[in-house]
Design a binder for this molecule. Structure first.
Ligand code: AP5
Length: 299
């Protein structure tokens, strides 16, 4: 199902999507209060990060209309930041393949397969992990894809081969994507974002030294851990990641455009503004969902 054509609400899937958009609470495109954005009681989404028989605590609440989104965009454009906002408001889970891989790289290396060890070395240089390894990892996490709370996929798919595999995985789990948000910004500004990024190694919160600084310099607002710079945020690795993105990931835009799922979102401004813009870009593609006040939904 997708966003592109006018009159999409006249089709069965289009009608389902329009109904979902019009039932969104009005608060969804208003700014988030600071106290809401960095909750101290984040759910532990163990299944995605640990895989296998892990169970989330607390379990995700079934959403009346679960959202299933994919986020695309160059490294550092702000996908992870937007994923957090989307998940807080939609009640969905943030599923990041980068987080799984970084989690594996933090382990002492024992128990990592040779393939995964090789993959992690490439990741540190800014290269992509092989499709086979990524698909093995994601394939074990079908439970997250069929979760009744919905999901926001960040960092996967990254190649057309991965997108084809995701399509099959979702069909196997009996669910469909609602939209693919593609965040766009000039490369110079993206590099600036990456250079200033600091992350919490424990709870995964993301900050920027000037754009989104923590309350206390170098310390995570959520859990008090010391913030760190990611290994792949060094200049050499950043250059490689940008090249790899252009070669491997950019072709995905056409792939999703052809499936009528793509929503292009200019990624300038504050995170809350970009969040609101994503939904207004969706509304532009779906005039039927506009309300007289310009807000999402009828609430
Ligand atoms: P991954 O973790 O997915 O990284 P990425 O795609 O390179 O994206 P980033 O996490 O770097 O950036 P982002 O867009 O999420 O930006 P963020 O919100 O943090 O992947 C890492 C590596 O893993 C890959 O290179 C690859 O090796 C491997 N990998 C992962 N998945 C794979 C796959 N499927 N296949 C193969 N390999 C795979 O924001 C960046 C900074 O900007 C932050 O400091 C943030 O605070 C700041 N910021 C964000 N928004 C704003 C704003 N509006 N204003 C000011 N500052 C902002």
């Amino acid at each position: 199902m997708g966003f592109g054509g006018l009159g999409v609400e006249n089709t069965e899937v289009g009608a389902a999507l329009v109904s979902k958009l019009t039932s969104l609470p009005k608060t969804m495109d208003t700014p988030i209060e600071a106290s809401e954005t960095h909750s101290n009681c984040r759910p532990d989404r163990g299944v995605w990060l640990k895989g296998g028989s892990a169970v989330c605590t607390p379990p995700a609440k079934p959403a009346p209309a679960p959202w299933r989104l994919v986020l695309l965009g160059a490294p550092g454009v702000g996908k992870g930041t937007q994923a957090e906002l989307l998940c807080e408001r939609l009640g969905a889970c943030h599923l990041s393949t980068g987080d799984i891989l970084r989690g594996a790289s933090k382990s002492d290396g024992c128990g990592l397969s040779p393939a995964l060890q090789t993959a992690l070395e490439g990741m540190r240089r800014g290269e992509l992990v092989t499709d086979g390894t990524i698909l093995d990892i994601v394939g074990e996490r079908g439970r997250c894809l069929r979760c009744s709370g919905g999901f926001v996929l960040d960092g996967f798919p990254r190649t057309v081969a991965q997108a084809e595999a995701l399509e099959k995985l979702l069909a196997r789990e009996g669910v469909e994507l609602d939209a693919v948000f593609d965040y766009e910004m000039p490369i110079d500004e993206i590099v600036e974002r990456l250079a200033g990024r600091r992350v919490c190694p424990k709870c995964k919160a993301v900050y920027h030294t000037t754009g989104q600084p923590p309350k206390s310099e170098g310390v995570c607002d959520n859990c008090g851990s010391a913030l760190v710079q990611r290994e792949d945020d060094r200049p050499e690795a950043i250059r490689t990641r940008m090249r790899v993105y252009a070669e491997s990931t950019a072709p995905l835009l056409d792939w999703y455009r052809k499936r009528d799922l793509l929503v292009t979102v200019p990624a300038y401004g504050a995170p809350d503004e970009i969040y609101a813009r994503a939904w207004s870009c969706s509304r532009e593609a779906h005039p039927g969902t506009l309300t007289p006040t310009g807000s999402l939904g009828g609430g």
